[in-house]
Design a protein around this ligand. Sequence first.
Ligand SMILES: C[S@@+](CC[C@H](N)C(=O)[O-])C[C@H]1O[C@@H](n2cnc3c(N)ncnc32)[C@H](O)[C@@H]1O
Length: 278
Amino acid sequence: MRRRQLIEIHEQAWCPAAVREGATDCLQLIAVIGRQFRGAVDPLRRALAHADVPRIVDLGAGAGGPWRTLYPALQEATERPIRLVLTDLYPNVSALQAVCAQAPESISFVAGAVDATNVPVELSGVRTLFTSFHHFAPATAQAILQDAVDARQPIALFEQTHRSLAAMLFMVVLAPIAFLAVPLIRPFRWSRLFWTYLIPAIPFVLLFDGIVSCWRTYTAAELREMTAGMHEAYEWEVGRVRTALSPLGMSYLIGYPNEGGEGRKKEGDSVAMSGGGR
Ligand SMILES: C[S@@+](CC[C@H](N)C(=O)[O-])C[C@H]1O[C@@H](n2cnc3c(N)ncnc32)[C@H](O)[C@@H]1O
């Protein structure tokens, strides 16, 4: 199946915010109940072992993604304290503040825009992208990897979707779960019930965007091809781990600098971090 750079409804400006947030709230609940991101802990530990500083810089963090549950799990699995900095091109400040409140001494966010293709050099540490790499067209995806290599910082990408007919069929099963999940989401919002039971836009967006996400997801072979020219300076690992509720598992790419590689990229502008630890 060829990759297609199709559009997802929740990315469109015309998508009502209540529908967009309702769909992402459902995904977040399913991910938390299924402990979907537990499998990210070991690849992240391997990447952290090659970082100059014990810090994770999450790119395209959205509303915080998996970090509410992943951060405590990662911290428990590592011997030294890990700092986490949440960033986005369009930071959702109130949502990121809420994640930082969980561990204000260790988690912070950048209130200004951080472009994953040009990360300021001050933000050193392991760069992560959760369920977002498939959104980027090949040239931008490649630029994200190249920027990490130029800065000689480790990078780790995680995807829950998979480009196959079986994965698309799984989305057909997953989307109706919204009808069960919506009343359980907190804080409670009437708008979620409206957009699920009266006008079932939230289940429809989960179905449509789920299928499109599968179609856009890079295969392991494509990820290997993207990194093929970057082997001299970097070690790359493409893999897949099992997850509790999804037969698709979670695929990942991690890359980190070889010992004794070239120097790092030029100094950039300083970045102000908010909300806790640095
Ligand atoms: C799928 S969403 C968020 C995924 C989030 N990591 C999660 O797990 O819920 C993708 C995010 O990428 C951000 N984004 C888009 N282009 C970007 C870029 N060039 N650099 C950094 N973030 C970007 C968007 O603002 C959006 O918040």
